[in-house]
Design a protein around this ligand. Structure first.
Ligand SMILES: [Zn+2]
Length: 309
């Protein structure tokens, strides 16, 4: 039974910081399972660990906590590492689930990364534009993209200094050559935290719903070398076209047709030249900062810029 004692000591060591438990209690639970119920040792150990996790109300991942290494965002290249980040909160997104308190984008001079803060983490709210030192965050990976998760053991320290955010902000200078489907006056699912655009009045998650109007442009901008897909939200669309959501709704009502809005927008913007700056999400650039240009930058300077990237 010395094997069980060793297991008991291991389990105890994992929990002693989190739960008031003694080795004898751990060992007794293991013995009951292994000796009385003939449960294989590994399974018994898992079961006992789960029991204490539940009792302590903590996640398995939190157990690994403790010392976390300070890294920059671009250094994050594997999941389930405990790290410390100093980052600026660039943007908050709508959480898709009640289990998430906050979700959004963090940035540091080397890049940006998604973060998730669990509702039960009981951490203070982070504000857009705030710079934070985040200790004990856990890296995660989904389809090749990394993120970090803030949990109950995460320590958040707000810093006074500003932080430059680098890298995957894109700057595009070029002509708006096309507008994609789903541009203009669209309807979104009204469910809290759901931002799906309705297709024929249906949300992929919530079925048939009474949608809420929104305005956006999914544009193709050609810089002479590449075509870039750029999304303008309602605010950016109004800044670009002078057409706001209310006016767009009136236009659509007068015409009894929402497509007039997209037509009007394309009349105003297609063929014009812009300098667009914003963060990259997958294949899209979100237009944060837009400036209309007089005309195409000369091709030579474009080429020089392209080579320098
Ligand atoms: Zn929905």
């Amino acid at each position: 039974m010395s094997e069980l004692r060793q297991h008991a000591e291991d389990v105890h060591a994992q929990f002693s910081d989190h739960v008031d438990v003694d080795v004898a209690d751990v060992r007794e639970r293991l013995e009951t399972l292994v000796v009385d119920y003939k449960v294989p040792t590994d399974e018994a150990r898992r079961s006992v660990i789960n029991h204490y996790l539940e009792e302590a109300g903590i996640e398995r991942e939190e157990l690994a906590g403790g010392s976390s290494e300070a890294v920059s965002i671009e250094e994050i290249d594997e999941p389930e590492r405990w790290v410390e980040l100093t980052a600026k909160l660039i943007e908050l997104w709508e959480p898709r689930s009640d289990s998430i308190d906050q979700v959004g984008l963090l940035g540091d001079p080397t890049g940006t990364i998604k973060f998730t803060k669990w509702a039960k983490s009981d951490l203070p709210r982070l504000e857009e534009g705030g710079v934070y030192r985040l200790r004990n965050v856990v890296t995660d990976e989904y389809q090749g993209r990394y993120s970090v998760k803030l949990n109950r053991t995460t320590v958040i320290e707000e810093l006074e200094e500003d932080l430059e955010v680098g890298d995957d902000t894109s700057v595009i200078e070029g002509a708006m050559v096309d507008m994609q489907r789903g541009s203009g006056l669209i309807k979104r699912c009204p469910h809290e935290g759901c931002t799906y655009v309705l297709q024929n009045g249906r949300c992929p998650e919530h079925g048939e719903v009474e949608g809420e109007f929104d305005l956006r442009i999914k544009a193709v901008v050609d810089d002479g070398i590449d075509a870039h897909e750029v999304i303008f939200d309602a605010e950016a669309t109004e800044g670009l076209t002078g057409l706001g959501l209310e006016e767009a709704k009136e236009m659509a009502m007068d015409a009894l047709d929402t497509t007039v809005v997209a037509d009007e927008i394309s009349d105003r913007v297609l063929g014009s030249y812009y300098r667009i700056e914003g963060p990259t999400f997958g294949r899209y650039v979100l237009a944060d900062d837009v400036e209309e240009l007089a005309g195409p930058a000369d091709s030579e300077s474009l080429l020089i810029k392209a080579r320098s990237i």
